[in-house]
Write a protein that binds this ligand. Sequence first.
Ligand code: HEM
Length: 201
Amino acid sequence: MAKFWDRKEKPFVLVVFLLPLAWMVYSLLTGRYFPDPAEPLMTLSGIWASVAMVGVLLITPIVKNTNFKFLNRYRRFVGLSAFFYALLHLLIYLVFHAGLSWQWIIQDVLQRPYIYIGLFAFVILLLLAMTSTKKMMKRLGVNWKKLHQYVYFAALAIVAHLWWQVKSDITIALWVTAFLAPLLLMRIKQFPLLKNFFTKS
Ligand code: HEM
C-alpha cells in the first residue's frame, strides 16, 4: 500500500485536479451554459480556486496532528492549483465577462470594488506561484517563509471578495468562510503580521 501510494498516485491526483477544468471545457463546448457562459464559469472557477485554497491551508494542521505526513508532498501542487483556477477565473472574466473590452473593464472595476480585492488575492497567489520552486526557495532563504505567509492575506482577501459581492444568496461565501476562518484563526499566534492586523482593527 505504502509503495503504491509512494509511486503511482500522482496521475490520479492530476486527474482529480483536472476534472473541474474538463467539466468547464465540456460544458462550454456542448453549449450547456449557452447563451451566457460567463456567470456559471466564473462561479465554478472561483469555487475550485477557493477549494484549493482551503486544501493548501488544511495540509499543515493535518500533517501536524495525524500520520498523514505524505500530504506535505502535495502542498506545492495544491497551492499551484489554487493559482491555476484563480488564473482561469481571471481569464474567464476578461474574455467572457468583459469581451476583452478595456473600457468596459475599467467601468466595471470602478462600479464593483470587490474586483480589486479579488485582484489583490490573485497578485499574492501569482507571487507565491512564481517563488514556489526549489531554486527560489534557496535564493530567498529565510524571506521565503515570510513571503509565503502572505497566503493568509490572500485567504482574507478571498473572504472579503465573496462577502462584498453577496446579493441574496450567501451559500458560497458562507461555506468558504466556514472553512477559511478557523484555519486563519489557528495561525494568528504564529503570524505577527496577521496578529497586528486583527488587534489594530
Ligand atoms: C483575479 C481577480 C479576480 C476577479 C477579476 C474576480 C472577479 C469576480 C467576479 C466579477 C465575480 C462575479 C461573477 C458573477 O457575476 O457571477 C466573481 C465571483 C467569484 N469569485 Fe472572483 N475574482 C477574482 C479573484 C478571485 C479569487 C482569487 C477567488 C478565490 C480563490 C475568487 C472566487 C470567486 C468565487 C467563489 C465567486 C462566486 C461567488 C458567488 O457566486 O457567490 N475570485 N469573481
